[in-house]
Structure formats: C-alpha cells, structure tokens
Ligand binder design. Structure first.
Ligand code: ASC
Length: 134
C-alpha cells in the first residue's frame, strides 16, 4: 500500500473547491451563531455554544486537503497563491485549528466565549486577507 495523494480524493478541481467551500460555509454559519451570542444579539446558551464550537473545531481541519494545485479557477476566490506560500498557508491553518480548539472550552461562559470568538475571527481574517479573493 502507498499513501494516497490528497488530489486523488477529488475527481475534478471544482469538486475540491466545492468541498472546501462547504466546510468553510458550515464554519461560518456556526461562527455567526457564536458571534450573535457574543454581541448580545441572541441570549447566551452554553449547550448551543459548545455544540457550535465543537463543530467549528472539527470542521477547521477539513478544508486544507482540498486546496489541490490548480484549483484556483472559477469561483474559487483564491488570491496570493497559497501553493507558492505553502509554509505560510500551513501556519495560518494551524493557527485557526489552535484557536478553534480553545473555542470549545471557552464556550462555557459568555465572557470567555467573547474573548475566544474574537481570537478565532482574527485567525479567520488573517488567512482571508492574504489568500481569499472576495
Ligand atoms: C466569520 C466568517 C468569516 C470570518 C471573518 C473574520 O464568522 O464567516 O469569514 O468570521 O469575518 O473576520
């Protein structure tokens, strides 16, 4: 047996784009729910917050294998060439995964949720500023 390259998991570049955008869409939806609680637009609900945080943490590991070389066309919304800046792109992924991991415990109280939603959103933004073309 040999290791299967990530690209082999996606028949076409557009399948890889759809996969990573799907994972990021789920994350964005649940970040929106947490942000609404953090801002006081919705009442704080510790169980719902923990559920969203766990989903975000799990989903944060998924998009990256789908950044297969050549998947920057169509509606991919990629800029800044993450493939040429692979170490930097990887560091930003790891920052996000670390911050979303902290979000799970932080979801237990409104104060800690507020702080960690801020730190997580900053990790989202740091990568978008460099590599997301919107
Ligand atoms: C979100 C979301 C993003 C990021 C970004 C952070 O909740 O959908 O794309 O946070 O807005 O600046």
């Amino acid at each position: 047996l040999i290791a299967t390259p990530a690209a082999a998991q996606f028949a076409k570049a557009e399948d890889a784009v759809k996969y990573r955008q799907s994972a990021l869409t789920v994350m964005s939806n649940h970040m929106g729910r947490l942000a609404a609680m953090a801002k006081g637009d919705k009442p704080f609900d510790a169980a719902a917050a923990k559920s969203s945080a766990q989903l975000i943490s799990t989903m944060s590991t998924l998009p990256w294998e789908a950044f297969v070389p050549g998947s920057d066309g169509g509606n991919a919304n990629v800029k800044g060439d993450p493939w040429k800046n692979a170490a930097d792109f990887k560091a930003l992924q790891e920052r996000l995964i670390g911050e979303t991991g902290k979000l799970v415990n932080a979801a237990g109280s409104l104060n800690s949720l507020r702080t960690q939603v801020g730190a997580t959103g900053a990790a989202c933004k740091a990568c978008h500023d460099k590599y997301r073309d919107i």
